[in-house]
Ligand binder design. Sequence first.
Ligand code: 5AD
Ligand code: FES
Length: 355
Amino acid sequence: MAVLEWIETLHRDTVLDKQGYMELIADCSEEEAKTLFEKACAVKEQYYQKEVYVRGLIEFSNYCRNNCYYCGIRSQNRCVERYRLSPSEILSCVEEGYALGFRTFVLQSGEDCGYSAQEIGHLVSDIKKRHSDCAVTLSVGERERDIYQYWFECGADRYLLRHETATKEHYEMLHPKELSFENRIRCLYDLKEIGYQVGAGFMVGSPYQTTEHLANDILFLKALEPHMIGIGPFIAQKDSPFADMPNGTLNQTLLMLGILRLSFPKVLLPATTALGTIDPRGREYGILAGANVVMPNLSPVGVREKYQLYDNKICTGEESAQCKHCLSNRMESIGHHIVISRGDYFDRQKRQIDK
Ligand code: 5AD
Ligand code: FES
């Protein structure tokens, strides 16, 4: 089939077979991508109109026990100055964010053993006690199922854990042998079963990635049915084993966003910071390709430089309020607007209101 036919089919059926996804990814021209983005935006607007949800990201620790080859805060990177925010510092980021209108907080860190499961649990319940109108998202890596269960009982609503790649052989090229593809996938299914709104995702243009890997990623997501999908371009980090690898591109990331929107009409799809890093208007283009979430940084300015998963990350010098205003202007410039709400997955919005 020709690319335009694949786009039509995907728009109608919300799924293609592996061959269809591979042809679409490999052969879509810039002109054809425009058609894809128009359809993707139309689908998004059926559910979310021109509303963009915001999540306040608090990067509370850059300690990490893992050594993923692509990542700037990997354990073997001796060039990173490590930091860990205290619970009271984290809570003051939340208060600042709340005053700015944020109603979702994403607590993200490396896999830091310095914070116990109990401490994280208490932090979540503290935030929920202070602000019952807010959603708390955790993004702290692979843990045992009973810990995920415990945090859920403490009040955590959502969990972000990118699968990184759904192809085992590719996973093993990006990670040291201590990390297991099966365990990562197990975590995602556990999180879903427990009842979290789950976010998975992958990097676009990561080292050794092929079109087939990307098709596998979409088909894996089809099986998992996550509520959120976080994707962004791979960006080389100078002190990592992948320092000399080429970055993912703006166009390929946008293409993947458009394909994901047509494949998952209701999914929460962020225009990520990495996308804003490879192009000054990357996040705006991401929204116009079908994304509907942005995640400004609420971390204290003093630590932002230290949480560099990749080089040249944007927003490391800006205060939270500046990022919020900057993003709100950026969204207005493309006819969208930021909303003050928890920004739940479409099917869960009603339930949250009833609660
Ligand atoms: N470039 C782009 N994204 C990266 N991540 C980690 N390192 C990089 C990099 N060099 C992404 C991973 C991880 C998320 C928190 O950030 O996908 O899951
Ligand atoms: Fe941080 Fe623009 S979003 S400065």
